[in-house]
Design a protein around this ligand. Sequence first.
Ligand code: GDP
Ligand code: IMO
Ligand code: MG
Length: 430
Amino acid sequence: MPATIIMGGMWGDEGKGKLTDALASNADIVVRANGGSNAGHTVETDLGVFKLHLVPSGILHPGVICAIGAGVVIEPRTLITELDNLIARGIDVSNLRISDRAHIVMPWHPLIDKLEEQRREGEEIGTTLRGNGPAYADKVSRHGLRMADMRRLDGLRRKLAIELDARNQILQGVYGQEPLDFNRIYRDFVEYADRLVPYLTPTEVLVQDALENDRRVLVECAQAALLDIDYGTYPYVTSSSPTAAGACQGAGVAPTQVEKIIGVYKAYTTRVGAGPMPAELKDETGELIRRRGNEYGTTTGRPRRTGWYDAVAARHTRRLNGVTDIALTLLDVLDPFPEISLCTAYEGPEGEFTHLPALIEDLEGVEPVWARIAGWQEDITRVRSYDELPAQARAYLATIESLTGAPITFIGVGPAREALIDRRLAEARS
Ligand code: GDP
Ligand code: IMO
Ligand code: MG
């Protein structure tokens, strides 16, 4: 039984959490592949609204194993708080598994994240300040501590002493900060270990065993392809690989074991944080989209930048990730618009281009080329099948399919779990 990947197609917050929750009812394992508590995944069910940061979005389905994969970076206190909140709301978290290879976001990481942003003065990335960038940097430079270290506190104590000493020299010498206290951090880690070690396991073995035994594995990415460290709008990106390839790596799935790659795209574009966004609208239309889509960050509460659907960026990520199916979310947000635009190319000083250039300076000055299409001006929030959608909405979907280059299989028409059109059901009926 092959695996399915759910990944963000744009700059994040496309509704990956909702789709993962919806598809988890037919999964045996949901594995989160990348990112950390910079992610905010919203799931809305009869039990209320859940904002998940580290816990996979399958957790609301009893019986589904939810694994935090090796590619994730974990801030232990945040994870414990998230688990406590879920438990307080009656959610059973005993099916959680945590990769013993996942790296730990250490107390100095959020601090360095903030100090580095301050040093950029005017060129801030607009990070979530959760310490993800510095944690991934330490992982790659082999200074990381991993969840497995919590199993042997004597070893953890030794590694912590070495790393903290180096970090304190930087905090004091480079940033003029007070050093962090070893004993306090170690004490906290004794408590974290007590709480989290029972969940630790080699999740890649769990996933491989599941695939071998014909179990259904769903891989949930955080962030999105345009925030990818290699193919996103560098340096205004995150520090992991929220791509289909990154999903394999982070979840412990081989590329040959993947059948479906679902790219989640909004019916329009949003971005939170700095960096180029060619289809951005800084006018009343953008404000109306923000208001209707409730476009405020799940993790930081920051207003998201909004714009029309950017088919150039969408095609770029569809191709690089081999997206087999598009989940087009928040279509209902566009209900009142008499006319809807889509960005089909970027007009630069040297002509039009239809790909994302490496240098963001080349992207910053471009003008979007718009295609316009009639809106449907109808409430679609109660529609549950593709055929019931207004003709203009179907025309909009067909335009997106043709510009992006993949079929739209899922359509979001509201935040609730059931507000989802699944075109596979119609196909199965016919
Ligand atoms: P994620 O990070 O990709 O999981 O997305 P977020 O949860 O950060 O942001 C998506 C927001 O859109 C959340 O507030 C969801 O409840 C909401 N949402 C998801 N799908 C739909 C949809 O189809 N329609 C509407 N109106 N809201 C949606
Ligand atoms: P989900 O999973 C939207 C953005 C930040 C910033 C940049 C770098 O909910 O879609 P970081 O803290 O990762 O170093 O910040 O990436 N960013 C996100 N934007 N959704 C997210 O996650 C994001 N995670 C990071 O705003 O621009
Ligand atoms: Mg989000």
